[in-house]
Design a protein around this ligand. Structure first.
Ligand code: ZN
Length: 461
């Protein structure tokens, strides 16, 4: 459909932070949406005489930004929150693997809906799920997750994960929680062929995503990278999360995580990695040289006492960095808009102190940075004519924010701002702080019932 014939929505009288290359902002401006694209954006009132305007929104008292982009998550963990709360990564994993190994399709569907609803209500318009636990006979877990995202109307990347290095091979997961090398590769290829959409306005994409060096064989890392490049999709994994992981890599492979990733084909502009906390100067230089992206997960890193990722140094070196909630078994809040604030605050506890990150850099991490690491910066992540209409209208004139004059400072430094409207692909997902595509209360009930069913199965042994 030509843009001129598409239904138009106009938002005006709002502050706008476009997060374009020049950080263009308007104290009072407008956005015209035609179909699923941004048609025009600028200062002052919207152009006169536009045809086929189906909705005109007064944005007084609001800041409009690009929709938030989440770059790392594990949806299934929504039904295993609040467990192993005082553990480091390895102890936490060992405590939770036996529970995770019992998940099935109805549980994963309910957990995905819970994870997605929590994020979407807080302004996430593009979500991702790194799913790597596929117990035998558990059903179509990838289909369940993709169905949950499309049902909610959220743009989505499924990182089809895998594990094949269990305890008997020196890995961390128990033997019953892993797939075979051949099985993991075949199922990943099938998922890409069935669900990946390479088009500009794709709502569903798939990435190849072996879980981590301590749960995946070297052969699966290598063949996974080859598979992704043969199919033309992106690569995702966990990297350099903890001191223990670094020691594990040195003992098992005779090198640190970044060197190991390089030796297995896992550095490149089509790769993004979660965490990257323990990176030295040459690791950061290798990421910058190859264009490898980072999903920074500040709350999860704090929850598991992993450390502080060197985000200011990565940005200075030119490494693409986005934000991630991470799984909600290590970040129970499950929200991304609060991670803008947490990224800023936690990085100020590091070497760069008050110069580490400012409010605009934090907003960029959660929007354009996320789009970059998902390989979609041409399509989403900033508000520019021709890009997809994924945006959020934050209320900044209420109790939590009305005394903070600068609206970007208000949403980053202040309390989590209410979402008056979010659009994904030009369509409303949130109105007046509530999801309009799904029933939040029904999702909460289903997630609790599946969480209790999982606990009963585990208790029965
Ligand atoms: Zn993770």
């Amino acid at each position: 459909m030509a843009a001129s014939a598409a239904a138009r929505t106009i938002i005006e009288n709002c502050a706008i932070a476009t997060v374009d290359a020049n950080d263009t902002e308007y104290a009072s401006g407008y956005v015209v949406i035609a179909g699923n694209r941004i048609e025009s954006i600028g200062a002052g009132k919207a152009p006169e005489g536009l045809e086929n305007v189906v909705r005109r929104i007064d944005g007084t008292g609001h800041l409009v930004t690009p929709g938030l982009v989440n770059t790392h998550h594990h949806f299934y963990q929504w039904i295993t929150r609040g467990m192993a709360t005082d553990h480091n990564l390895f102890n936490w994993l060992v405590a939770l693997y036996p529970t995770w190994a019992r998940i099935d399709e109805p549980m994963v569907k309910a957990a995905a809906q819970g994870s997605l609803a929590m994020m979407a209500r807080g302004g996430v318009t593009t979500a991702m799920d790194h799913h790597y636990v596929f117990p035998k006979g558990s059903g179509d877990l990838s289909g369940a997750v993709i169905g949950a995202a499309s049902g909610m109307g959220v743009r989505f990347t499924l990182a089809r994960g895998s594990m094949d290095r269990s305890e008997k091979d020196g890995g961390l997961p128990p033997d019953f929680a892993v797939e075979t090398l051949e099985g993991a590769l075949a199922a990943t290829e099938e998922t890409v062929r069935k669900h990946h959409d390479a088009s500009f306005d794709a709502m569903t994409q798939v990435a190849v995503a072996p879980c981590s060096p301590f749960s995946v064989s070297t052969e699966l890392m290598k063949q996974g990278a080859e598979l992704a490049r043969r199919l033309g999709v992106r690569l995702h994994t966990h990297g350099s999360e903890t001191v223990e992981e670094e020691q594990f890599c040195k003992e098992l492979f005779g090198m640190g995580p970044t060197e190991y990733f390089e030796s297995t084909g896992w550095l490149g502009s089509d790769v993004w990695m979660a965490h990257c906390v323990h990176m030295n100067d040459s690791d950061i230089a290798a990421f910058a040289r190859t264009g490898t992206g980072v999903a920074h997960c500040p709350s999860s890193n704090a929850r598991l006492a992993a450390g502080i990722a060197r985000v200011p140094d990565m940005l200075k070196a030119g490494v693409p960095v986005g934000l991630g909630v991470d799984g909600t078994a290590s970040n129970e809040s499950g929200e991304l808009h609060t991670e803008l604030r947490n990224a800023l605050l936690i990085n100020r506890l590091g070497a760069h102190r008050e110069a580490a990150l400012n409010a605009r850099q934090a907003l960029r991490l959660g929007t354009y940075g996320g789009a970059q690491v998902l390989g979609r910066a041409d399509q989403i992540g900033s508000l520019e004519a021709g890009k997809l209409a994924d945006l959020v209208m934050w209320k900044v004139d209420g109790l939590g924010h009305s005394t903070i004059a600068d609206p970007v400072t208000a949403i980053v430094f202040g309390a989590a701002a209410p979402v008056t409207l979010s659009l994904v692909n030009g369509k409303p997902v949130v109105e007046d702080n509530h999801l309009v595509t799904v029933d939040e209360d029904a999702i909460a009930r289903a997630a609790r019932s599946e969480s209790q069913r999982l606990a009963r199965i585990v208790a029965q042994g």
